[in-house]
Design a protein around this ligand. Structure first.
Ligand code: F6R
Length: 241
């Protein structure tokens, strides 16, 4: 596990964007695994700048998002579909037919989850997976628990995640309590994983992860210790607390 500590959020974001840029230049038809949330926004902004000012080409890129709330329409302003278009896809030359985000309104969620993992495999698997991390150590929406799901699944969000997500909603009642998320196994299949974290709130989870001596389902991110190509990019606040 490689750890890169950057001075601040901006430098963390640029470091991640530059790694992705190099990977796209090496393999123009790369499959990227993408995350939502506050953490990767700066990275998306830098990728948009690289597209507009330096011609970074997304025309052959395929993307798979980690997760989506259950029961939320794709055009709802708090859906991850909306977020991805608003923050990233609308500003680059990606073919929207090559972007995949779990459908929070799938009619048959169980078989849909299996299809999502199958589709990732059919597209050749994720080359580079971007991850954020929850304050409680979750990755995607794989929350700390006695057992973790291997494949894409429907999951209940923990109270701490519901509270963390409530900042985007008008009231706690509106925050979805379930989500569809790629499982730990789906994530671990990625050839390369980049986990980003910034701010003091992430310091505890990052400290435990970087210690690197134990894996536990109660710190889902610790499963990444079993992967052979993980880079953690953090700002000083997330590193030092
Ligand atoms: C989002 C996701 C989540 C977030 C995590 C951190 O697609 O998978 O695991 O990465 O909750 O969220 P932020 O970045 O908002 O602190």
């Amino acid at each position: 596990m490689k750890v890169i500590v950057k001075k601040d959020y901006e430098n963390m974001s640029k470091e991640a964007a530059n790694i992705i840029k190099k990977e796209i230049e090496k393999k123009p038809d790369i499959v990227l695994g993408l995350a939502t949330g506050s953490t990767p926004i700066g990275m998306y902004e830098e990728l948009i700048r690289l597209h507009k000012e330096e011609g970074l080409d997304f025309s052959k890129v395929t993307t798979f998002n980690l997760d989506e709330y259950v029961g939320i329409d794709k055009d709802h302003p708090n859906s991850y579909h909306y977020f991805m278009k608003d923050v990233f896809f609308d500003h680059i030359n990606i073919d929207m037919d090559n972007t995949f985000i779990p459908d929070g309104k799938a009619e048959d969620p169980e078989s849909y989850c299996k299809e999502y993992d199958k589709l990732i495999d059919e597209k050749g698997g994720v080359d580079v997976q971007i991850l954020g991390i929850g304050e409680n150590g979750h990755i995607a929406f794989n929350e700390p628990a006695e057992k973790l799901n291997v494949g894409t699944s429907i999951v209940k969000l923990t109270q701490s995640t519901i509270e963390a997500n409530s900042r985007f909603f008008d009231s706690m009642d509106e925050v979805p309590k379930t989500a569809i998320t790629m499982g730990i196994g789906s994530i671990m299949k990625a050839k390369k994983i980049i986990l980003l974290a910034n701010g003091k709130k992430k310091a505890k989870a990052i400290k435990e992860l970087i210690k690197g001596d134990k894996i536990t389902t109660y710190l889902p991110a610790s499963m990444l210790l079993l992967h052979s190509d993980v880079t953690i990019i953090v700002d000083e606040e997330a590193y030092n607390g």
